[in-house]
Design a protein around this ligand. Sequence first.
Ligand code: PLP
Length: 398
Amino acid sequence: MRNIIMEDRKYILNVYKRNKLKIVKGKGSYLYDEKGDKYLDMYSGIAVNNLGLSNPDLLSRITEQASKYIHLSNYFVSEPTVNLAKVLVESSFASKVFFTNSGTESNEAAIKLARKFGKSYHEDKVEILTAYNSFHGRTNGSLALTGQEKYQKDFRPLLPKINHFKFNSIEELTEKVNKNTCGVFLEIIQGEGGIREVSGEFIETLVKLSKEYNFLIIIDEIQTGLGRTGDLFAYEKFELRPHIVTLAKSLGGGMPLGAMLVREDIEDILKPGDHGSTFGGNPVACAAGEYVMETVLKKDFINEVRNKSDYIFKRLKELKGKYSDIIKELRGRGLMIGIDVGDYAEDIKSKALDKKLLLNVTSGSVIRLLPALTIETKEIKEFFTKFTEILSEIEKNI
Ligand SMILES: Cc1ncc(COP(=O)(O)O)c(C=O)c1O
């Protein structure tokens, strides 16, 4: 019999830590393996499958568009691409959209826009700041943004003139911003960095400095965007009108799709020929994106996310009270939740897998919950039953 796990190792460059399961299908919040066992997925393809898997309406949008044409070059306009851009503009601060195929590409586009913006003032206005512990992608430009030594160390020299400040440090931001700064990139809640949220005071200072030194505020909503945090965009909680927001992950409902949303006052910086992408704005991906946006913008959708979040946080707080030796801190918003369990993280993840519960660990010590936004109450309860059993097993051995 064919051993796909062995073949994966043999033929695919070994850069991913694979799970041992052989998944053959997915439905809603569950993944099914070859034996027919079902696993509750509490991180939805790392915040991509926000509407669950095998959604029949999403599938029919994809097949309908694929049966017309899968790809046109960007010499042509394409209806689903225009439709998706329209809905993104109408539901955000932005006046224009540039489509990409991934998160890292959305940030690459934003780096180019920010630098051209800076150079329109003076040649040296090309410096970019991002936070330590941030994650903005792995291609050379966005890797330079990603403020984590472990990702950068073997790949230097990286893009020059990119510096970092301590996340939420008003002092460091103020110290590092200067007349040569053209842009500051920021995640409202650091995802890979362990579900850590920016403070209101930090945002206030950022906005003030942006006006004083005339630089762009670029909010990376690749993980936080489109309902994940209980708002359409996580930045909405603050007094902030970003210049640019970058998106990807859930935007295409699982199809590779990203976007850079751009504010009106800077929409003319990039000119024809300055940037582009063969696949960017792919019609099938955008048809899927239209469905994602229609769903997320439905009247009660985001309210439901908030209700589920309230319920989950209430129960997690109870567990934190009961298992205070294991759960150190709860962080996050909406359905982007970090449970800091210190050294127990990997043990919890492995025990969860035995119970057919799929958990993700980030930052070494944080169980990162990113369930489908469509997760049902009975599935949330299933998570709590299994998670409580695991905590109780661990506690017995402390
Ligand atoms: C906040 C953030 N930015 C950028 C990226 C990079 O996205 P991609 O893997 O699609 O390039 C990620 C991916 O995890 C992310 O979480």
